[in-house]
Write a protein that binds this ligand. Structure first.
Ligand SMILES: [Cu+2]
Length: 299
C-alpha cells in the first residue's frame, strides 16, 4: 500500500548518537528501528488547517494556562500565547535564551509572530506553536502516530550510518546550502543565504537518502519519547504512548519529550543541533515558533 505524502523507511539496526558534540548524545549505541511509513516533510500549515477545520481542535497556545500549574503567577499573565523569536540588535551572552525569545500573548499557529501576523504565503511552511498534545491529536486524526526518538533518528540518517548530517559529513558540500539553519552570528546577524528569515516552505532543500525532507533545520520536531538524559537509559525504549490511541490527558505541564532535528535558529556559534543525533528536552506545553512535527505509521 502506498501512503500519499509518505515514504517507506525500511527499519533495521543502526548506530545512534554521536561522540563529537554534546554529552546527551553519548555514548554510541546500536538500536533497532521498525519498518515505517514517514511523512516526507513536517506537517504544514495547510495540513494542520484541514485538521482544525475537520475537528474544531484548539491548540495549547490558544488556551490560557491553568493557574493550578503556575502557583503564584499573576492571573493577568495567564493568557493564551506562545514563545516568539525576536533576536537582538547586537552580540549578547549566549547563556540565557530569554534574551532572544519573547512570550507573546496571542501568538499561536495562525499568528506565528503574534496578533497581526498571518499565515499568508505560509501554507507550505511547517505548522509551529503546537504542543505535544496538539501533535498527538493530529496524528490520531490522520491515522498515524508520532515517531519514537529511535525511529526518528534512524529515518533522519537516510541510511548514512554515523554521518554528521543527513546528507553526509560535510555541512556545505560543494558550497551548497543543504538546510534552513542560521547563518551568521547568533542571535543578531541573520545572513539567510537560503532566503528565509524564519521557517521555509517544506521540500526546498534536497531530501535525504530515504526521501525525507527538512529533517534538520527549518523546525524542531516532536517525538513520542519521554526525555531521559542519555539515550542509553534503560527506560528509554519503554515508550508509554506507543500507539496513536493512547490517552495523552495524563500529561502535566512538567512532562518533557525529546525533540529532534534542530531549526532555522540553530547556528554553529550557538547550537550545533541540526544533526540527526542531536536531541533536546522540551516541555509538552511549551510552544514556540520553531517547533513542529511529522507523523509515521507502521508499514
Ligand atoms: Cu539549535
Amino acid at each position: 500500500m502506498v501512503s500519499k505524502g509518505m515514504v517507506l523507511v525500511r527499519g533495521g539496526s543502526f548506530v545512534m548518537g554521536s561522540l563529537d558534540f554534546y554529552p546527551e548524545e553519548r555514548p554510541l549505541r546500536r538500536a533497532e528501528a521498525a519498518d515505517l511509513w514517514f511523512d516526507e516533510h513536517p506537517v504544514t500549515n495547510a495540513q494542520f488547517r484541514r485538521f482544525v477545520t475537520d475537528t474544531g481542535h484548539t491548540t495549547v497556545a490558544e488556551h490560557a494556562p491553568d493557574p493550578a500549574d503556575f502557583p503564584g503567577a499573576d492571573p493577568a499573565d495567564l493568557v493564551p500565547g506562545s514563545q516568539v523569536f525576536v533576536g537582538t540588535t547586537g552580540p549578547v551572552p549566549l547563556d540565557d535564551w530569554m534574551r532572544w525569545w519573547a512570550w507573546v500573548p496571542g501568538a499561536d499557529w495562525r499568528h506565528p509572530e503574534g496578533p497581526g501576523s498571518t499565515l499568508h504565503g505560509r501554507d507550505l511552511h511547517p505548522v509551529v506553536h503546537v504542543g505535544f498534545e496538539d501533535a498527538a491529536v493530529y496524528a490520531q486524526w490522520a491515522g498515524k502516530s508520532l515517531p519514537t526518538e529511535v525511529d526518528w533518528e534512524h529515518a533522519a540518517r537516510g541510511g548514512l550510518d554515523q554521518a554528521t548530517y543527513p546528507w553526509g559529513g560535510e555541512f556545505m558540500p560543494g558550497g551548497k546550502v543543504m538546510a534552513n539553519t542560521w547563518y551568521g552570528a547568533f542571535p543578531y546577524e541573520n545572513l539567510r543565504p537560503h532566503g528565509f528569515t524564519r521557517t521555509s516552505p517544506v521540500k526546498r532543500f534536497p531530501s535525504n537518502g530515504f526521501g525525507l525532507f527538512d529533517v534538520t533545520g527549518n523546525v524542531w520536531e516532536w517525538t513520542s519519547s519521554p526525555w531521559f538524559q542519555t539515550h542509553t537509559d534503560p527506560d528509554h525504549d519503554h515508550d508509554p504512548a506507543p500507539s496513536c490511541c493512547a490517552p495523552v490527558s495524563t500529561l502535566t505541564e512538567q512532562d518533557r519529550r525529546v525533540i529532534k532535528g534542530g531549526s532555522h535558529l540553530c547556528a554553529p556559534s550557538y547550537c550545533h543541533r541540526y544533526r540527526p543525533a542531536a536531541r533536546q528536552a522540551h516541555a509538552v506545553r511549551s510552544t514556540t515558533g520553531h517547533l513542529g512535527f511529522r507523523c509515521c505509521r507502521p508499514a
